[in-house]
Ligand binder design. Structure first.
Ligand code: ADP
Ligand code: ASP
Ligand code: MG
Length: 812
């Protein structure tokens, strides 16, 4: 025989009850079917009770919804009219009783534990009555008659001796289909009790054990026991097989799919459990048994679970060191006061013992421990007991962890690079569970980071915030959209764009924005935003593996990097302002990223998508020294000088550079040499020299006065230079020379200026907006290394940013 338990959602609607009918009727051997209350009803019964207790007359409306919900279900699941009317009558009789109890509670404004237990029992009593009339030949039983509890520390615990005997008697002979309400029980005195929230699983396990069932099946609304809570981790997947120990460890730590006490009785009798999906009955589900079967996955752990309701209590004092009996007194005191402890940690120095309890038990724990150690505290041997609330406990579980080195290292390394500090941790010698406590606000991020790092077999996620979605950012979004399926398939990498912003608005979506529509969405529905607001939202989202991508040219946006990096958000900047700001700031940002194990990348600051900074880093990392750099680094200026002709005067060439999208939004930044100076400073710094923008010697070709005033003034005045440039151009043409705006660095000394290069110079042939850089090093001495190509343009810059993003994915 088998015992099948169907949870709330499995009996929560007409369709699901009809699925239950189909599943049960297809089984040939005898079965006991245990059902929960209709999904959500237990909560609603309790809510209505609390409203009635508080004298809130709206409880009547809540109650009438409970009535309507049950009547609707009956209407849908029992087609035969006569039978339906009979069931309606029986159910209404129960609901009338319940209505009277609520009225009593409302009138006396009091709800005892006994009354509350009576009220919730109606959920399972009614659901079992309905389902027993749906499944052919099902015989309905009342579990209050055979599941018996006794009270211990304010809790009802099962009296197994009595219960087992009553079950054996009740189910002899065993009907083909027995229908049993889950969750509910009664005391020896006959008062209604229950097995605790989620307790229907336990009812089923108790029955399976007492009757030596072949198997216990838990039918629910997911395909099986998953690697993590699927409501938090979207990439969680079903675990094929678990051992009893693994399942016990996982559900004890909050994996809601099985009520924790369920496992022990069946484990004791070696009855396997299968977790199955009522809504997808052909899925294999999860098989839980004694045997440890090596599955195909290489995963070192089986699953992750968590409890968000955690308070850490610390008893401390130098007077504890080496004293025998302190822990005995701590735990005796807690036990006497009915406080359950779910994690303990004590360092070998023995000067403190820390343990985790539920937040609701915290104040009592502190009080009773302070009383217990009053004398020691008065003598100064021990300090006051300390409680830290609003924490969460996470456990990673798996029997494969035994004797496998490196798991704790990987776990804590992952948390470290997510910027999450571990407040306490514990691992027992059985090595099947490592538990640790963190701040509650980091829970989601911790679960995602750990899942990502231990169950990488599915795919890896990077969460991107993109600031600036104009030319470069817009292009980047498009490139990501097109490339995404390939990245998922070939590299197992998912780029989730979780936020985008322009100068005034922003939109965010933790699950990832739709890249086809997000820019329109930003325009239509974006919330008002500023750089500061953007930063706050990113930190609030506190999402794992996150990367801030700055495609703006804005100072205020670059000012956000430090705080973002300090919160373990990597930064990829097309914006040059930060890397070319004060040397002190540049170094601080790089150091912060290094300390935190994340990245601050800005390859596109120089030469757009050309691999200049990475190449220099590779040279330096392999022991080379960069001695000299000579480069044309302004795609805009090069474009302008290459475009000048008899027909195109200087001012028009500038305008064309802007229209082509080569120049900075304000072309004066290019023409004043500022853009090149920034780039040169960044290169010199990456080459290992301490350089500030002021250190760069500049030989400019436009008088300073042209940069004063507004941008409009500039456009008006600049035409005044056309004639001078035309004259110079003709002269150069005659000498077969060309203008190049050259940046130079030699042993740290930097300069920029306009040069006239002849046909033998490597810079002479440099078409369009191209950049060129010659790198002379100790190794590349006689013939410098040359990198040449498009040095400006939205698509190549976006591609460079994209490459930086991908390199972040590869390092984690
Ligand atoms: P039922 O009403 O069938 O007893 P529950 O709501 O008690 O169902 O438990 C099933 C739910 O548990 C799933 O819908 C899922 O959201 C949640 N859950 C939490 N952790 C896990 C996990 N590790 N694997 C599967 N489900 C989990
Ligand atoms: N109906 C009860 C609850 O919601 C028991 C159960 O569903 O297992 O807690
Ligand atoms: Mg449940």
């Amino acid at each position: 025989m088998k015992v099948l338990k169907f949870g709330g959602t499995s009996v929560g609607s007409v369709d699901s009850i009809l699925s239950v009918k189909k599943i049960v009727e297809a089984i040939e051997e005898p079965v006991i079917v245990v059902v929960s209350a209709l999904g959500g009803i237990t909560d609603k019964l309790l809510k209505t009770a609390s409203m009635a207790t508080n004298g809130d007359v709206a409880y009547e409306r809540e109650f009438s919804e409970i009535v309507a919900r049950h009547l609707d279900v009956i209407q849908g699941v029992i087609p035969d009219k006569t039978k339906r009317i009979e069931v309606q009558k029986q159910v209404m009789a129960l609901l009338d009783e319940l209505g009277n109890i609520y009225k009593g509670v409302y009138l006396i404004n009091d709800l005892s534990a006994k009354t509350s237990d009576t009220i919730v029992s109606y959920g399972e009593r009614i659901s079992s009555l309905i389902v027993s009339n749906v499944i052919n030949e099902a015989k309905l039983f009342d579990s209050r008659k055979f599941i018996k509890t006794v009270k211990q520390f304010n809790k009802h615990i099962v009296d197994f001796e009595l219960t087992n005997r009553l079950i054996e008697e009740t189910f002899d002979p065993l009907p083909k289909v027995s229908l049993v309400p889950g969750f509910i029980s009664s005391s020896k005195e006959g008062e209604v009790t229950n097995l605790g929230r989620g307790g229907s699983d336990y009812t089923a396990s108790i029955l399976a054990t007492a009757l030596n069932a072949r198997r216990l099946e838990i039918w629910t609304d997911v395909d099986g026991f998953m690697t993590a809570d699927p409501r938090v981790i979207s990439s969680a997947y079903v675990i094929d097989r678990l051992t009893f120990t693994e399942a016990m460890e996982l559900c004890n730590f909050g994996a809601k799919v099985i009520y924790p006490p369920t496992i022990y009785p069946v484990y004791h009798k070696n009855i396997p459990i299968r977790i199955l999906n009522t809504f997808n009955p052909t899925a294999r589900g999860t098989y839980i048994s004694k045997e440890r079967v090596q599955d195909d996955s290489k995963a070192m752990i089986k699953g992750i679970s968590s409890i968000n309701d955690t308070c850490l209590i610390t008893v401390q004092g130098l007077g504890m060191v080496g004293v025998i009996g302190v822990n005995y007194r701590i735990f005796k005191t807690l036990a006497k006061n009915g406080i359950s402890v779910f994690m303990v940690s004590q360092a070998s120095s023995e000067n403190n013992t820390t343990f985790a309890v539920r937040n609701a038990d915290a104040d009592l724990a502190v009080r009773v421990l302070d009383e217990e150690f009053a004398l020691e505290r008065a003598q100064g041997d021990m300090s006051d007991t300390v409680a830290e609330k609003d924490l969460a406990t996470v456990a990673i579980v798996g029997e494969n962890m035994k004797r496998t080195p490196g798991i704790a290292g990987k776990l804590f390394g992952t948390l470290g690079s997510a910027g999450i500090s571990v407040i306490a941790c514990a691992q027992g010698a059985s090595e099947t569970n490592i538990s640790f406590v963190i701040k509650l606000k980091y829970l989601r991020k911790a679960l995602n980071s750990i899942h990502d790092s231990f169950f990488l077999s599915q795919y890896k996620v990077l969460n991107l915030f993109i600031a600036g979605v104009g030319t470069v950012g817009g292009n980047l979004l498009e490139q990501i959209r097109i490339q995404q399926p390939k990245l998922m398939q070939q590299n197992g990498l998912k780029l989730n764009v979780v936020g985008i912003a322009n100068s005034k608005h922003a939109i965010f979506c933790r699950e990832g924005l739709n890249l086809e529509t997000c820019i329109d969405e930003l325009k239509k529905n974006g919330q008002e935003s500023s750089p500061e607001h953007l930063k706050e939202e990113i930190l609030k989202m506190n999402i794992f593996n996150s990367v801030f991508v700055d495609c703006t040219a804005n100072q205020a946006v670059s000012d956000l990097y430090e705080e973002l990096l300090n919160n373990n958000v990597s930064v990829v900047a097309a914006n040059k302002i930060a890397a070319s700001s004060s040397y002190e700031n540049y170094i601080k940002l790089k150091e912060t990223a290094r300390h935190r194990g994340i990245k601050f990348l800005f390859e596109t600051n120089v030469g757009a998508g050309l691999p200049i900074i990475n190449t220099m880093n590779d040279l330096i990392n392999s022991g080379d020294h960069i001695l000299k750099l000579e480069a044309v680094l302004s795609g805009t200026l090069n474009y302008i000088f290459n475009t000048l002709s008899a027909d195109i005067p200087f001012s028009k060439a500038i305008m064309m550079a802007k229209e082509e999208g080569y120049s900075e939004p304000d072309p004066r930044i290019d023409l004043s040499g500022k853009d090149v100076i920034r780039k040169l400073v960044i290169l010199a710094r990456e080459a290992g020299y301490k350089v500030e923008q002021e250190d760069v010697k500049r030989n400019l070709f436009i008088p300073e006065s042209y940069f004063e005033g507004s941008l409009n003034d500039f456009w008006r005045n600049i035409q005044g230079l056309d004639a001078r440039f035309e004259e110079k151009r003709q002269q150069l043409e005659a000498e077969d020379k060309r203008f190049r705006f050259v940046a130079k660095m030699e042993n740290g000394a930097c300069e920029v200026g306009l040069q006239e290069v002849d046909a033998h110079h490597p810079f002479y042939e440099l078409e369009g907006s191209n950049n060129i850089i010659m790198i002379s090093t100790e190794r590349y001495h006689e013939y410098p290394m040359i990198i040449k190509g498009y040095g400006a343009g939205a698509d190549v810059t976006a591609a460079g940013v994209f490459a930086d993003i991908i390199s972040i994915a590869n390092i984690r």
